[in-house]
Ligand binder design. Structure first.
Ligand code: GLC
Ligand code: CA
Length: 553
C-alpha cells in the first residue's frame, strides 16, 4: 500500500566520497557516514539520498557501475550498508539509493561480454552500430562533450555512450535488459531500502533509427537533445519498471528529469499514472547555466518555479532543490558571498524550502558553503572537467581563461569534503583528501556553526523544524503574490490548517514590500534572518536579502 510518507519528508543528499572518511585514506566511506548520523538526526532531515556507493572503477565517481549488487571497496562492505539501513530505520529515518539505469561501467561483466564478439548473446544489451564514412554512426554529442560514440577496434563497431566513454548506454529496447534491471531493483527493495533517485531517466530511450541531430550551428557534434532525451516511448520503460518493481512497495521514487517541461510533468508524476513520485526538474538550473555570469533574474525565477507549483497543484508532487553534486554552490551562483553571506544563504533557503513539495538539501548547503578556490587546472578531479578543459584548449583558449571558466562552473565546486570542524582537513580525514577541502573551512564548518545561533546551519535547522511541524507548509496550496516585484519572491501557503506568507528579498538592495490583505500588524514572524522589525516603517522595507516567514491570522 502506498502511504505517500515522502510528502512529509526532508531529504538530505550525501555524496559519500566527500562526506566522512573513517580510515584515513582520504575518501569518504559508509562507516564515516554512520559516524555522522547523529548530526543528520539533530539537523532534522528524515531521508538520506545516498549517491552511488556500488562497485565501480570510478570513472564518473560511482555513476559508472560494474556491479549493482555490491559495494565499492573504498566505501566499505555490504555489511556496512546493512548497518546503515538498520541505524537509519532505528532513528525513524530512511534510505534512498541512486539508481543508474541508463548505462553501466565498461567494466560491468555485461559489457565485457557484449564487446567480446559481434555474436555474443549480450551484444544486443548495449547499443552497437557500424560507422559512417569512416566516422561515427551519427553526429550525436556526448553530454560530457565529444562524440557520443566510441570505436571498438576488436569488433569493428561503435558503441553509444551519452556520458563518458567508460559509461556505455544499455539498450533498453531489449526486454532482457529491462527484466534484469527490474530484478536488481527488487533485490534492493527486498533488502529494505526506502526508494530511489533515478539517474538520467529521461535518456533511456533513443530515437528509432538513430538519425542525425539537427545541427544549425554546424558544430562538429550536435547537442542531441531531440534524439536521446524525452524521446516518445521513454515513459513506457518507466511504466514497466514501476509495474514490475517499485510500484509494489511503499517507497519513494524521484527521477532526474532533464528536458521535462512543467506542462509534461503530470505524465511523469501524476498519481493516477503510477510511474514516479517526483522528478528533479532542470529549468531553474538552466536559468543559471545559460548565463552563469549574469545576476539572478528574480522575476524569471518566480515564473519558472510558480509554473512547476501550479502544474502539479492537482496531481503529482514537486521535488524542491537548489543544489546537488552536479552544480556549483547556490551561494556562489545567486547569493552574495562577500557582503551578505549569512543573509543571502538563508534567504535562498527560505525561498525554495517552504514551497509545496519535498525539500532536498545537498551536503554542505546547510552550512552556506560557497564554491571552492582552484589555483590550477590540475586541481580538478571530475572526468567531465577534464573533457571540458581539453576542448577549451583545443579551441585555443589560454589556461588562465579556462581556469576562470571552470572555477565558475565546475562540478568539483560542490564535491569538496564536508567541513566538520576547524581542525586539520576540516575533520573530514586524517589522511590526504581526494579533493582539497574548501579553504573557508575554518569558519564554515559544522562544529563552529552549531555553536553560533545566527548561523546558516541553525537557520536550516529551524526551517526544517518549521516545515515538519506545520502541516500547511507541507500540504497547503501555493499562491504567488507580488508577481512583478523585481527583487522579492513572496508566496502564500494556505489550507484549513493555517496560512503562511514567505517573503524573501533576493537582492542586496533594500526592497519595499507590503501586502494589502495582510498588514504586518496582523502577522506573526515565525522565522527570519534579521531582528524582528520594530515599527510600521521597518516592516515595510526588506533589508538586503531579508527573509520573513510569517503566520497570517
Ligand atoms: C547524472 C548524475 C551525474 C552523472 C550522470 C551520469 O546526471 O547526477 O553526476 O555524471 O548522471 O551518470
Ligand atoms: Ca575512507
Amino acid at each position: 500500500m502506498k502511504t505517500g510518507w515522502w510528502r512529509n519528508a526532508v531529504v538530505y543528499q550525501v555524496y559519500p566520497r566527500s562526506f566522512m572518511d573513517s580510515n584515513g585514506d582520504g575518501i569518504g566511506d559508509l562507516p564515516g557516514l554512520l559516524q555522522r548520523l547523529d548530526y543528520l538526526q539533530w539537523l532534522g532531515v528524515t531521508v538520506i539520498w545516498l549517491c552511488p556507493m556500488f562497485r565501480s572503477p570510478n570513472d564518473d565517481n560511482g555513476y559508472d557501475i560494474s556491479d549493482y549488487q555490491d559495494i565499492h571497496p573504498e566505501f566499505g562492505t555490504m555489511a556496512d550498508l546493512d548497518r546503515l539501513l538498520e541505524e537509519l530505520h532505528r532513528r525513524g529515518m530512511r534510505l534512498v539509493l541512486d539508481l543508474v539505469l541508463n548505462h553501466t561501467s565498461d567494466e560491468h561483466p555485461w559489457f565485457i561480454e557484449s564487446r567480446s564478439s559481434r555474436d555474443n548473446p549480450r551484444r544486443n544489451w548495449y547499443v552497437w552500430r557500424d560507422g559512417r564514412n569512416g566516422g561515427p554512426p551519427n553526429n550525436w554529442e556526448s553530454i560530457f562533450k565529444g562524440s557520443a560514440w566510441a570505436w571498438d577496434e576488436a569488433t569493428g563497431q561503435y558503441y553509444l555512450h551519452l556520458f563518458t566513454r567508460r559509461q556505455p548506454d544499455l539498450n533498453w529496447e531489449n526486454p532482457e535488459v529491462r527484466t534484469a534491471m527490474a530484478a536488481m531493483v527488487r533485490w534492493w527493495l527486498d533488502k529494505g531500502v526506502d526508494g530511489f533517485r533515478i539517474d538520467a531517466v529521461t535518456h533511456m530511450k533513443k530515437a528509432p533509427g538513430f538519425p542525425d541531430a539537427p545541427n544549425p550551428q554546424g558544430l562538429e557534434f550536435a547537442p542531441a537533445y531531440g534524439c536521446h532525451m524525452c524521446v516518445p516511448g521513454v515513459l513506457d520503460f518507466v511504466d514497466e519498471l514501476a509495474r514490475t518493481s517499485f510500484a509494489r512497495y511503499d517507497v519513494m521514487t524521484v527521477g532526474e528529469a532533464n528536458g521535462v517541461s512543467a506542462a509534461q510533468a503530470v505524465e511523469w508524476v501524476g498519481e493516477d499514472r503510477g510511474r514516479l513520485d517526483m522528478i528533479l526538474q532542470f529549468e531553474h538550473w538552466h536559468l543559471w547555466s545559460n548565463q552563469p555570469r549574469v545576476a539572478l533574474d528574480v522575476r524569471a525565477l518566480k515564473t519558472i518555479l510558480t509554473r512547476w507549483q501550479l502544474a502539479l497543484a492537482e496531481s503529482g508532487w514537486n521535488a524542491l532543490y537548489l543544489e546537488n553534486h552536479d552544480l556549483p554552490r547556490v551561494l556562489s551562483r545567486w547569493g552574495d558571498t562577500v557582503r551578505y553571506r549569512y543573509e543571502s544563504a538563508t534567504a535562498l533557503a527560505a525561498m525554495y524550502f517552504l514551497m509545496r513539495g519535498t525539500p532536498f538539501i545537498y551536503q554542505g548547503q546547510e552550512l552556506g558553503m560557497a564554491n571552492t578556490v582552484f589555483t590550477s587546472l590540475d586541481d580538478f578531479r571530475d572526468r567531465f572537467a577534464y573533457n571540458r578543459i581539453e576542448r577549451m584548449r583545443a579551441a585555443g583558449m589560454d589556461d588562465a581563461d579556462i581556469l576562470a571558466e571552470m572555477s565558475l562552473t565546475a562540478r568539483d565546486n560542490s564535491r569538496t569534503p564536508m567541513p566538520w570542524n576547524n581542525g586539520p582537513n576540516a575533520g573530514f580525514t586524517t589522511g590526504i583528501p581526494w579533493l582539497a577541502v574548501n579553504p573557508e573551512y575554518p569558519a564554515i564548518n559544522v562544529a563552529t556553526e552549531r555553536e553560533e545561533p545566527r548561523s546558516v546551519l541553525n537557520f536550516y535547522r529551524a526551517l526544517i523544524a518549521l516545515r515538519t511541524t506545520e502541516p500547511v507548509l507541507a500540504h497547503g496550496r501555493y499562491r504567488l503574490v507580488a508577481k512583478r516585484h523585481p527583487q522579492v519572491y513572496a508566496y502564500l501557503r494556505e489550507s484549513e490548517e493555517g496560512r503562511f506568507l514567505v517573503v524573501c528579498n533576493l537582492t542586496a538592495e533594500p526592497a519595499t514590500f507590503s501586502h494589502r490583505a495582510f498588514p504586518w500588524q496582523r502577522v506573526k514572524l515565525r522565522l527570519g534572518n534579521y531582528p524582528t522589525p520594530r515599527d510600521e516603517g521597518e516592516w515595510g522595507v526588506l533589508r538586503a536579502f531579508e527573509a520573513r516567514v510569517v503566520e497570517v491570522g
